[in-house]
Write a protein that binds this ligand. Structure first.
Ligand code: SAH
Length: 478
């Protein structure tokens, strides 16, 4: 009979793999154990906390023999904080782990052969230094057990705040800004918001920096329409950190996990800060989406552009375009670009960013890619069959069978309807940017069934020390 395990059992296992969430996976008689804070190669003593039929979650009691990949985390909060999962692993091992995860998904879910996947792989692009890369941080504000005001991060799976004003993924200047705000609050007796009672004022502090402009935005998220002594707070902050270009107040009166509310007011300075990616300028407001690792984003987008292989005349769709970051990169090298995005505010930003850069060959549409694209396709196809085309229709006509389609969907990947229409549109090339290699592999299987061939793929480490990895893929018509 197979051995069964239960809560409280202590056993020794060797970690063989990591789950998508970064938990180490060890096996005992084929029974899988998921163990936090372990590294592939560790031999460890673990205690079962929660046992299911085929797997269990276990607690790390002791590392008996550390893996050769194990390092001492740089951040003293690495274990308690929910932010980074891979701090106890060397950066080389992290990069290898990420690339391998994508490769395995392409083989297992995508159905591609291992030798083929290896032969078209371009090596993962890591960071020069895998810390201090985030241009945005959102710190919850609250109290510790002694009732002191603190700023920090939520512990994994809870809303207990681990005090930390110097997250190593964020900028060093964040510490000065947060400490300045906390000491002002203490002095002026301004309260922090308490999630349990719904009382108190300051909920979060959001800090953003435009890496190329050096401009900093501080946004105070408040459980009221205003804060006491706003003017003095602004003066104090600007004196402490002269690079601050904008201070905003966002009102969030709701009992919710969503960080920001709908109303934002400028307290001091500008409404937006600016950043530049490879010469394209972006205006970023408190609520805009903007890639959080600009150094790696620029590298990734250059690769996407390289895979798009543009000469200046091409018609290109950029699906899931957000604020048009990739679209504007492409537009400089293409004839016409159409971007599609579900969030209306993002499209408003995309249009403004296009104007701001003098780019006039990019158009943007609000809606779901799986609705906008099929509707466009059906309408244009009918008109082309009727052969009654005005000049603007001729532009649209070139978009019916574009040269390139770029997609950059959220984790759930592309909707089947969207993939179907892409196949009908028959672009010469498809460039797929993905933040989830399982859905990427699923979608590639559909695209590569008949009409397309996988040409190359490459991973980019946009989120160092966490389990997330970005992949860019080049497809060509057979
Ligand atoms: N390419 C952009 C954004 C990528 S993130 C950039 O690099 O900045 C994915 C984007 O897809 C988000 O902006 C999200 O709002 C959008 N989105 C999500 N579901 C969508 C759908 N069904 N159709 C179109 N856009 C969608």
């Amino acid at each position: 009979m197979e051995k069964t395990y239960q809560k409280g059992d202590v056993l020794t296992v060797t970690i063989e793999d990591l789950s998508d969430e970064g938990l180490g996976i060890g096996k005992a008689d084929g029974y899988a154990l998921f163990i936090k804070d372990t590294v592939v190669g560790d031999e460890c003593k673990v205690k079962i906390m929660k046992a299911k039929k085929n797997y269990a979650f276990a607690h790390l009691e002791e590392v008996i023999k550390p893996s050769s990949f194990r390092i001492t985390p740089l951040c003293k909060n690495a274990k308690a904080c929910g932010g980074c999962q891979l701090q106890a692993m060397s950066y080389e091992a992290e990069l290898a782990f990420k690339e391998n995860k994508v490769k395995n998904n392409l083989i297992r879910i995508g159905g591609f052969h291992e030798e083929f996947i290896e032969s078209i792989k371009e090596p993962i692009v890591g960071m020069d230094t895998p810390f201090r890369y985030r241009n945005k941080a959102q710190y919850p504000i609250g109290y510790d057990k002694e009732g002191n005001l603190v700023a920090g991060f939520y512990a994994g799976r809870t809303h207990d705040i681990i005090p930390n004003t110097d997250c190593l993924l964020g900028r060093e200047i964040n510490k000065n800004i947060l400490e300045c705000i906390l000491s002002f609050m203490s002095k002026e007796k301004i309260s922090a918001y308490d999630e349990k009672t719904g009382k108190g004022l300051l909920r979060h502090v959001l800090i953003r920096e435009g890496f190329t402009s050096g401009e900093i935005m501080v946004c105070l998220i408040v459980n009221a329409k205003s804060l006491p002594k706003e003017e003095q707070l602004c003066e104090t902050l600007i004196k402490e950190v002269p690079a601050i270009a904008s201070i905003c107040l966002n009102v969030n009166l709701k009992d919710t996990n969503v960080i920001m509310g709908d109303e934002t007011r400028v307290l001091w300075g500008k409404e937006t800060i600016e950043d530049e990616l490879d010469g394209v300028k972006f205006k970023i407001s408190a609520r805009s989406f903007y890639q959080i690792n600009p150094v790696q984003t620029e590298r990734l987008y250059k690769k996407a552009l390289d895979y798009a292989s543009l000469s200046g005349k091409e018609s290109v769709w950029d699906l899931y375009c957000g604020i048009g970051t990739i679209s504007l990169f492409l537009a400089r090298n293409a004839g016409r670009v159409y971007g599609v995005e579900i969030i209306p505010e993002a499209i408003a930003d995309a249009k403004e960013n296009a104007n701001h850069n003098g780019i006039n060959n990019a158009d943007f549409f609000v809606g779901k890619a799986e609705e906008v694209l099929p509707e466009f396709y059906e309408k244009q196809k009918k008109e082309s069959e009727a052969e009654k085309l005005s000049d603007s229709d001729k532009d649209n006509q070139s978009m019916l069978h574009p040269d390139v389609i770029v997609v950059d969907p959220p984790r759930k990947g592309c909707d089947e309807k969207c993939l179907e229409t892409m196949l009908k549109m028959e672009p010469e090339r498809i460039v797929y940017v993905s933040c989830d290699s399982a859905t990427l592999a699923r979608d590639l299987k559909i695209l590569c069934e008949e009409k397309y061939e996988l040409k190359a793929w490459q991973c980019y480490d946009q989120f160092s020390r966490t389990v997330h990895v970005e992949t860019v893929v080049s497809l060509s018509r057979v």
